[in-house]
Design a protein around this ligand. Structure first.
Ligand code: F6R
Length: 239
């Protein structure tokens, strides 16, 4: 893993945007895997500020809550629309987001995998990391060859995400997520982490013994991983 440490959140977000810009310059029709959550907000804002053209890009979101309609203010569809898609020129038909309201989630996940394969696989997948080491919504215990599927959210994840909902019990119990196997097939992986709350899990991801108990340690197997950290998230790395 190649770890880069930046002075603050803005600097790491700008570096992530720069990495995307370099990729799109080399490959205008790049295929991306994209995260939601608080961490990538600065990255999306930086890409928008750059005015980067993404007119040939195809993008696949990592995950979506089960049961929230796309119009729900906490759906990842709404997140992507507000933070990114409204502001960039990725054609509508090139934006893929799992639909958590489909009556047959298995079929939805299979079609998603087929669409990623038909696009030629992902060139770059960008990830945040959960406090318990989840990537996408692959919670501790998830198999490393898992594909896109319906999963139960860990209690810790529901608690961490409760801040976005009116009441904690409104956080969905399930999600659809790309699998660790799907993520590991991307040509390159970029992980973003910021803030001291992430310092311990960042150390696990980078230096811990790989195992299914900490999904992000699967990334140690991937040959092209870049981890972008601010100083607080990197605080425990030297110990
Ligand atoms: C979101 C996702 C999650 C988040 C993680 C960190 O699409 O896949 O793995 O990246 O929960 O979330 P934040 O950035 O809110 O701390």
């Amino acid at each position: 893993m190649n770890v880069e440490i930046y002075a603050d959140y803005t600097a790491l977000s700008e570096r992530a945007a720069e990495i995307l810009a370099e990729l799109v310059q080399q490959k205008p029709n790049a295929v991306l895997g994209l995260p939601t959550g608080s961490t990538p907000e600065g990255f999306y804002a930086a890409v928008v500020r750059m005015g980067l053209s993404l007119s040939q890009v195809r993008s696949f979101n990592l995950d979506e809550y089960v049961g929230l309609p796309r119009t729900h203010d906490q759906s990842y569809y709404t997140f992507m629309d507000q933070h990114f898609y409204q502001h960039v020129d990725i054609p509508l038909e090139n934006r893929y987001i799992l639909d958590g309201t489909r009556p047959d989630p298995e079929e939805e996940c299979r079609r998603y995998e087929e669409a990623i394969a038909a696009a030629g696989g992902m060139d770059l997948v960008i990830l945040g990391i959960g406090l318990n080491g989840h990537i996408g919504f692959n919670e501790p215990g998830a198999a490393w060859d898992a594909r896109t599927r319906k999963v139960a959210l860990a209690e810790r994840t529901r608690q961490a995400n409760a801040r976005h909902f009116e009441r904690p019990e409104l956080v969905p119990e399930h999600a659809l997520t790309m699998g660790i196997g799907t993520i590991l097939e991307a040509k390159r992986v970029l992980v973003l982490a910021s803030g001291e709350a992430k310092a311990a899990i960042v150390r696990e991801m980078v230096k811990g013994v790989p195992g299914v108990g900490v999904p992000a340690t699967a990334l140690q197997r991937h040959p092209q991983v870049t981890v972008l950290l601010d100083k607080s998230a990197a605080a425990l790395l030297s110990r």
